[in-house]
Design a protein around this ligand. Structure first.
Ligand code: TTP
Ligand code: MG
Ligand code: MG
Length: 390
């Protein structure tokens, strides 16, 4: 029995660090820009409101280029090059220091935007992800375009996407039409689109291996695909030799490594002053509602539902008490979590002041695979009725 072909996307942000910095300094758009300086290259705000930027030609030091805009790349500048070397190629280019907090912020933003459309995702670092689109509806091109649009909407940045039957081909594809690219590759395209490329384009063939392949007269992926298996084994060992041949043929069965599903989610609050269970009932109740709303939000964002709801109390003397209960149906609604939390709280003798209140939802399952329908919303009504009675 043959399984249907997979549909894997690789998304990579374009000139990522530089593009994030251009959001802050739009006046630099269209100019060669190199990222890699230190605080000495921080722009200086002038009296007239303009900024003075450091030039590559003035740089002295041993720093390396982390990335460069496509305008700077056109002059020969590339990642991992010494900045002094880059200065010889592009003396007029602007140099900016790295700003990791900003890159991390935009990394989170684009990944969240993508997850809203394609939740099956493998995180491959600050500016790239693999996505499994196999279970999503719609043709690959409009789907990938929607993802690109969502990334731009959330960040103002462009990315390049490749869609192919596996990770190896998707990674090559995302690079074929950078920047702002969208490339769809089928198994039938391997011969025409992949084979003419240098072997280095395969993720996993580094400078060492490509050098040794060149010595065997193998420079293009197509030549590698037609190489003798015995010769490859002899020069690269059994396992890497076999992998080289399979990779050149576009074969790659690796699954996506998605983040481990969370086992539980919890939220808690430590009070500024210890609260009395009766005298501060209103405040405690408001805190509890807040915690339950946040948890429902966490669950819905993670596309999970949980069956076990628990509360945690820390008393003024630091004693900790927990209580939990398990629902018949998994839930992700604030009303259900609140109702269960109150049920748990009723089982705790409340005679001391409280330092902390926490709520936890566990026994989680992915909402998509949960066999139970969402509980009817009337639950909320019922809850308010009961509240009034108490
Ligand atoms: P890349 O995705 O390799 O490069 P890029 O996003 O700058 O450009 P493009 O994808 O359009 O070709 O790397 C992502 C970021 O990682 C890059 O912006 C800076 C950082 N980086 C380094 O710090 N050192 C390096 O050697 C490389 C390659 C990247
Ligand atoms: Mg990139
Ligand atoms: Mg990258």
């Amino acid at each position: 029995m043959s399984t249907p072909p997979r549909r894997i996307a690789h998304l990579d942000m374009d000139a990522f660090y530089a593009s994030v910095d251009l959001l802050r300094y739009p006046e630099l758009r269209g100019r060669p820009l190199v990222i890699g300086g230190s605080s000495a290259q921080q722009p200086v705000l002038l009296a007239d409101g303009r900024r003075r930027f450091a030039r590559l030609r003035d740089y002295v030091g041993r720093g390396v280029v982390t990335t460069a805009t496509y305008e700077a790349r056109a002059l020969g500048v590339s990642s991992a090059m010494g900045i002094m070397m880059a200065a010889r190629l592009a003396p007029e280019a602007i140099l900016l220091p790295v700003d990791f907090p900003a890159y991390r912020h935009y990394s989170r933003l684009f990944k969240t935007a993508v997850a809203g459309i394609a939740p099956d995702c493998e995180d491959r670092g600050i500016d790239e992800i693999y996505l499994d689109l196999s279970r999503l509806a719609g043709d690959s091109r409009p789907l990938a375009q929607r993802i690109k649009d969502a990334v731009r909407q959330a960040t103002g940045l462009s990315c390049s996407i490749g869609v192919a039957p596996n990770k190896l081909l998707a990674k090559i594809a995302s690079d074929l039409d950078k920047p702002d690219g969208l490339t769809i590759l089928g198994a039938d395209d391997v011969r025409q689109r992949i084979w003419p490329l240098p072997v280095r384009k395969i993720n996993g063939i580094g400078p060492k291996a490509s050098e040794r392949l060149a010595l065997l007269g193998i420079e293009r992926i197509g030549q590698l695909a037609e190489a003798d298996a015995g010769v490859l084994r002899q020069h690269f060992g059994r396992s890497y030799g076999a992998w080289l041949l399979a990779a050149a043929k576009g074969i790659d069965e690796r699954p996506l490594i998605t983040a481990a599903e969370p086992k539980s989610v919890s939220r808690e609050t430590t009070f500024e002053r210890d609260l009395h269970p009766r005298d501060d009932r209103e405040t405690l109740s408001a805190v509890l509602v807040g915690l339950c709303c946040k948890l429902a939000d966490d669950l819905q964002r993670k596309r999970c539902r949980g069956r076990t709801i628990g509360v945690k109390l820390r008393f003024a003397d630091f004693r900790v008490v927990t209580r939990d209960l398990t629902l018949a149906l998994a839930t992700d609604t604030a009303a259900e979590i609140l109702r269960a939390s109150r049920e748990c709280l009723r089982r705790v003798p409340l005679e001391q002041r409280l330092r902390l209140l926490g709520v936890r939802v566990s026994a989680l399952a992915a909402a998509a695979t949960a066999d139970t329908p969402r509980l009817p919303q009337q639950g909320e009504l019922e809850l308010r009725e009961r509240d009034r009675q108490r």
